[in-house]
Design a protein around this ligand. Structure first.
Ligand code: BYC
Length: 492
């Protein structure tokens, strides 16, 4: 595990490198000091961002945190780890290296040079995509605001804060694009990104999953597994964009994203491992009374986070998605590796829908179903983690297994939105759904029982009883390393 690229030491860069200029107020590798107007506009936004961070960022007071900060942007990226006070984290603007020969890989502009400026006819679509992406980043920080107060260990607390500061940086990445390429309208949208708030009744975040409360650490791990993974796939499609600054921005964001999903995969795994230990020790699946989260409750949390994350892909059939593709603003996952014409005008695919209380299949134009194309890639990736978690159950000699629920389960967006579908794919009427739903989604009682286990463990190297320790620390530090110094620590 210690050689894992996501936890191991920062890789020695081998590709072409552009250093990040840390002498500036806003660290960047885009020569900000040569564009005074942009620099002033961003310096005007910076205090608002810091105010937002103070008000809605992590609530637990800390002295400093052992954080990864990007210091150079090359093919491999390169990061530096050190203890830093979180409010002094060097949020900044980092784009992956420019490839001067890059051409558009798909759609009607295929083969033309990538765009260095925003074409007028695609301005509205590009701005909309950047705003939606940008909106999710601060939303997740808001959702995770109070988790520090119940962290199962200092190691986990550090990982939470690493995720938070990098989501903050991802907001900076989108705000840079809005300020640099979308004029006054872009600046106004950048302000709005700090004004909408997760769960706010009057001014909520744009996408559904980002208005759900992250109530406890099991949900946080499910969020970083399932919802950050949507981020990976959406960023993967924006990385293909003909608009080169967006593509390069997303490419670098993806490097940071890998650690977030590592937190989710290993977090859920450690919860499952602990539950399996307790089940074996006490010979019962009702593990709450022995301080571990029962597998059926873990399954319900999984069902919830998976289904709200599936909604993030939009409708299965979407003219928006088809237009984004044809015009070059948003590609497919691993676009350049696909073996087709990258225009898709003549292609079709199969798609599920609900009719007469049954799930049926029809053939639809491929261009109309690109949200589904991306979602399929995502689902296949999600299944990998579940296999890993089930391996932990098998290794513990247990026969119980976790599953991904049916794609139609608990959906609010797309073809299943008006229907009730069970985790195994039966279409149900309202009564049958209402009678069974507490067995499939976390009930209030489940959430309370999980919350009761969430007592903080701030002693270095110690872990709450509902989770196993990780196999290795961060950046080759020991698990018991002082990753976080809490406020007031060492003062008495
Ligand atoms: N909730 O034509 P449709 C991440 C709206 S996560 C509420 O199907 P389209 C992260 C939709 O906006 C990744 N509304 O939509 C993870 C549209 O509204 P308008 C974030 C929804 O455009 C963890 C209407 O319904 N990035 O980075 O094909 C931590 C019609 O829908 C929802 C992106 O999403 C929903 N779930 O696809 C931190 C990438 N879904 O225009 C960060 C950018 C749809 O009619 N976004 N609607 O008012 C996009 O590519 C697309 O906007 C979507 C939707 C895939 C989201």
């Amino acid at each position: 595990m210690s050689t894992d690229a996501r936890t191991g030491p920062a890789p020695v860069p081998t590709g072409p490198l552009s250093q990040i200029d840390y002498s500036e107020r806003i660290p960047n590798n885009v020569n900000l000091n040569q564009d005074r107007r942009l620099q002033r506009a961003l310096e005007g936004w910076q205090p608002k961002f810091l105010d937002w961070w103070k008000q809605l960022g992590p609530a637990l007071p800390t002295k400093d945190v052992y954080l990864r900060t990007a210091i150079a942007v090359g093919r491999d990226g390169w990061a530096h780890f050190d203890h830093v006070p979180m409010e002094e984290y060097r949020w900044g603007i980092f784009l992956a290296e420019r490839n001067p020969d890059r051409v558009v890989a798909f759609g009607k502009h295929k083969g033309e040079p990538a765009w260095q400026e925003v074409p007028g006819e695609h301005r509205a679509d590009l701005m909309r995509l950047i705003v939606v992406q940008g909106d999710t980043e601060p939303a997740s920080v808001e959702q995770q605001r109070i988790l520090g107060e119940t962290a199962p260990s200092i190691y986990d607390l550090r990982n939470l804060f690493q995720v938070n500061v990098e989501e903050g940086r991802h907001l900076w990445a989108m705000v840079y694009l809005l300020h640099a390429y979308f004029g006054r309208e872009g600046r106004e949208e950048a302000e709005q990104l700090l004004k909408r708030n997760s769960g706010d009744l009057d001014s909520p975040r744009i996408l559904g999953a980002f208005n759900e409360a992250t109530t406890d650490w099991l949900q946080f791990f499910m969020f970083t597994y399932f919802t950050d993974r949507d981020g990976k796939y959406q960023l993967g499609t924006l990385k293909e964009s003909a608009f080169d600054p967006l593509a390069r921005t997303c490419e670098f964001m993806l490097k940071e994203e890998a650690h977030h999903m590592f937190v989710g995969t290993t977090g859920v795994q450690r919860v499952v491992e602990r539950t399996a230990e307790v089940m074996n020790e006490h010979g019962t699946s009702d593990t709450f009374e022995h301080g571990a989260i029962p597998l059926d409750v873990i399954q319900k949390y999984l069902n919830f986070q998976y289904s709200v994350s599936m909604d993030l892909f939009g409708s299965e059939q979407s003219t928006n998605a088809g237009n984004y593709y044809s015009s070059g603003v948003k590609g497919r996952w691993l676009e350049t590796r696909r073996k087709d014409d990258h225009v898709l005008l003549d292609d079709t695919r199969q798609m599920n829908y609900v009719e007469d209380g049954e799930i049926r299949t029809k053939t639809v134009p491929m261009l109309s179903a690109l949200n589904l194309d991306l979602r399929d890639e995502y689902v296949a990736d999600c299944a990998n983690g579940v296999r890993r978690w089930n391996q932990a159950l098998e290794d513990a000699g247990l026969t119980e297994r976790l599953i991904l629920p049916h794609e139609g389960f608990n959906r609010r967006v797309g073809v299943y939105a008006a229907h009730h579908v069970s985790p195994t794919g039966e279409v149900l009427d309202d009564d049958a759904w209402a009678a069974a739903v507490d067995g499939w989604l976390p009930s209030e009682a489940d959430r309370q029982a999980v919350a009761a286990l969430m007592v903080p463990e701030y002693e270095y190297g110690k872990f709450a009883g509902w989770i196993t320790p990780p196999q290795a620390g961060i950046n080759e530090q020991p698990v018991e390393f002082d990753y976080v110094h809490l406020a007031g620590e060492g003062l008495d």
